[in-house]
Design a protein around this ligand. Structure first.
Ligand code: MRU
Length: 366
């Protein structure tokens, strides 16, 4: 997608397709656009843990590149069979909630374990990371195509008035490799000339909405308005929201959606006000192992993110010293609040049967 009119993706390598790996440092946006070079597995780990890269699909791809980067380290190459597991463990511990990260590593581990030598393992690791990157781009683009008719249908009833979409956190291209999940249908609709306006939740405490979603939409020229996290209910009640669209970090096999903290409250308000709530996600964000969403590990983040506000690397305390804070990073929206899941294979109901059908049928498009 575009920044200052130039096409970017969130993670890439030079033409040969092996390291180093380049990322956009998202902790610096929107005040500074800085590309960072990752040279080692530890660099990749740090970039995920410090949220220089974030968003479920992107951290899965970054973790895969992290393993590939390990093969650039001389000490690792010498003893790769013994050291491999420690690199997997390090990356797996970087962020717990989004299933894309664990899934990427779970698929890559046995592929490497059966390699005959370090050269073969190195080729396998780079190929896997490249393929995952490409498949996430394709999935997000397809999510956009499948979500587009939802926006077209609403637009048809609005007689030229913009379709008002509310989104939470950043589920745009910065959270993926390209296109995004929740914002992919928005970008596709915009490119078709459908009048749109996006309400952007600021998304306390890390402000992914204010810092990243607003930035993406601004760069693409899409009308948007930044709102406080508490404004959504009022806007829905006042008839100013036509559609609620979010992403998901992990969705259970029954359709319960784990996403950025605050999503649940938006889902409740949407149900109360009869507003459709669709969750856009690649199939790589569905965890078939999890039936009961309470099994999903919810990342508990630092109190500092709540007690201070930060801008341009400066921190300002906003609560009196001594006040403790709690900072769960994600919440669970029960499946019954979700109108449907927009995936790369089409839209399915947020139910066990709906998810099974779409996962088992590669040609599914509903
Ligand atoms: O903590 P973050 O910024 O990684 O959280 C991101 C989200 O919650 C997104 O909504 C989610 O990853 C799904 S969209 C790609």
């Amino acid at each position: 997608m575009r920044i200052q009119g130039k096409e970017f993706q969130t993670i890439w390598t030079q033409k040969r397709g092996t390291g180093p790996v380049y990322i956009i440092d998202q902790t610096r946006l929107p005040s500074e656009f800085r590309v960072q070079k990752l040279q080692s597995c530890r660099d990749a780990f740090r970039s995920i843990r410090n949220m220089q890269v974030r968003g479920a699909p992107l951290i899965g791809v970054a973790a895969a590149y992290g393993i590939a980067l390990a093969f650039r380290e001389t000490a690792f190459r010498r003893d790769w069979r013994n050291l491999l597991e420690s690199r997997f463990a390090m990356l797996e511990a970087s962020r717990p909630t989004a299933v894309n990260l664990t899934r990427a590593l779970q698929i890559l581990r046995p592929l490497l374990q059966c390699c005959e030598n370090v050269e073969a393992a190195e080729i396998t690791a780079w190929k896997y990371a490249r393929d995952l990157r490409e498949s996430e781009i394709a999935a997000c683009s397809a999510i956009g195509d499948h979500g587009l008719p939802l926006i077209e249908t609403i637009a048809a009833s609005k007689k030229g008035e913009p379709v008002n979409i509310l989104t939470h956190c950043n589920a745009g291209w910065l959270a993926c490799v390209d296109w995004g999940t929740a914002l992919a249908p928005v970008y596709k609709a915009w490119r078709k000339g459908i009048p749109l306006h996006v309400w952007v939740d600021e998304t306390r405490p890390r402000l992914q909405g204010a810092r990243l979603t607003a930035y993406e939409l601004q760069e693409e020229g899409i009308a948007h308005t930044l709102i406080t996290d508490n404004a959504g209910g009022h806007l829905m009640q006042s008839g100013k929201v036509d559609l609620l669209l979010t992403g998901s970090d992990r969705t259970s096999r029954c359709g319960d959606v784990c996403n950025k903290i605050g999503t649940y409250l938006k889902g409740l308000a949407a149900r109360e006000n009869g507003i459709p709530f669709y969750v856009a996600l690649p199939l790589s964000s569905i965890d078939l192992q999890i039936r009961n969403a309470s099994e999903i590990p919810i990342e508990e983040r630092s109190q500092e993110e709540v007690l201070f506000i930060e801008s341009k690397r400066r921190k300002l305390r906003i609560a009196t010293p001594g006040t403790p804070a709690a900072n769960p990073g994600f919440d669970i929206t029960p499946a019954q609040l979700v109108s449907g899941l927009i995936t790369e294979r089409g839209i399915c109901p947020a139910t066990e049967a709906g998810i099974r059908a779409i996962m088992e049928d590669p040609d599914h498009a509903a």
